[in-house]
Write a protein that binds this ligand. Sequence first.
Ligand code: NAP
Length: 325
Amino acid sequence: MTSADSALDGAVAIRDVIIIGSGPAGLTAAIYTARARLAPLVIEGEPSSTSDQPGGQLMLTTDVENYPGFPDGVMGPELMMSFRAQAERFGAEFRTAKATKVDFSEQPFAVWIGDGCYLGRTVIVSTGAQSLLLGLPNEGRLIGHGVSTCATCDGFFFRGQEIAVVGGGDSALEEALFLTRFASKVYLVHRRDQLRASKIMQDRAFANDRIEFLWNRRVQEIRGDERLEGLTLEDTQTGEHSSLDVTGLFVAIGHRPNTELFADWLDRKPNGYLVTEPGTARTNIAGVFACGDVQDDYYRQAVTAAGSGCQAAIDAERWLEALGH
Ligand code: NAP
C-alpha cells in the first residue's frame, strides 16, 4: 500500500488540478484551470515565510512598472491580490499552507499539508525561486525601499543616484552593467579580489567607467529606517570599516529554486531548477507540470511566469481531456 492509498482510505475527493505555489505562474494557472471548470485547489504557501509567502516574490516588492496593462505602475502585493481575486471569481479554492510532502509515484498524485493529504489527477508546480540574501538586519525590511534583488524591476527608480551591487558572479555584473543605464555610479562590492563571472562579462564591466569595484569588502551593516541610507563595509583583509553612502543596494549573490520538495520525483538541472520539456510545462512525470521561476533560471519576470502558468494550465487541461476526464 502506498502513502497515497492510505490517504484514499479516508475517502478524500480526487481533484482534477492541484497547484502548489501562488505567484504569477500559479495564480495564472489557477485562473485558466478554474475557467476551464477544473476547480483547482491552490496550496498558496504561508504568510510567515519569506520563501513560501502567498503571492511569491512580488509580495516583497513595491512598485511594479513593467507589468503590461498598468501604465501608472502597480504595487506588487496589489497585483498579486488581483490575480488571486480573479482566480477565486472562477472557483479556485485556496489553502493558506505550505505543501510538506508529495508522492508522484502513481495516479492520483498525493500532496500533503502537514497531516492533511490532497489527491489530484494533475499537479502544477509553481513554487518559484528565492533570491539569496545577505542575512543582515534591516535587509528584508528595506526591500522595496532602497534594497532590491532585481535590477530589471527596480533599476529605473535609481536614475542619477549612486548605488551598490553585491556579488561577483554573472548576475552581479549583469545587474551592475544594466544599472549603469540609470545610476550615476555603481559600486560593485565583492568579498574577494577575483570575480566568479565569465571573462566576457568581466571585460564589459571593467570597460564601463560608471562601475567602480570595491574588492575584498563585505557589507557589514545596512543602514536606514524608512529607506536605505547607506552601507558599512568591512575590508576582509584588514578588518577596516568604511561607509558607503548609496541610496540603492542590489543583492545579486544568486537564486535558489524551491524544488527540495520534489527532489525524489522530478528531474532537476544541476542548479536545482526543474526540467520541463522545451516549449511546454511538462515534467518527466506525465500529469505533473511546472511553470514560473521554479523552472526558469533565465528570464525570471512576473510576466514570463504568468505566461508559463497559462501554458501549464492548458497542458494540464489537454492531458486530462486525453484521459477522458
Ligand atoms: P553565482 O555564480 O553563484 O555567484 C554568486 C556570487 O555571489 C559569487 O561571486 C559569490 O562570491 C557571491 N556571494 C555568495 N554569497 C555571498 C554572501 N553571503 N556575501 C557576499 N557575496 C556572496 O551566482 P549568479 O551570479 O547568480 O549566477 C548563477 C548562474 O547563472 C551562473 O552559472 C552564471 O554563470 C549564470 N548566469 C549567467 C548570466 C549570463 O550569462 N548572462 C547571467 C546571470 C547568471 P564568491 O565568488 O566569493 O563565491
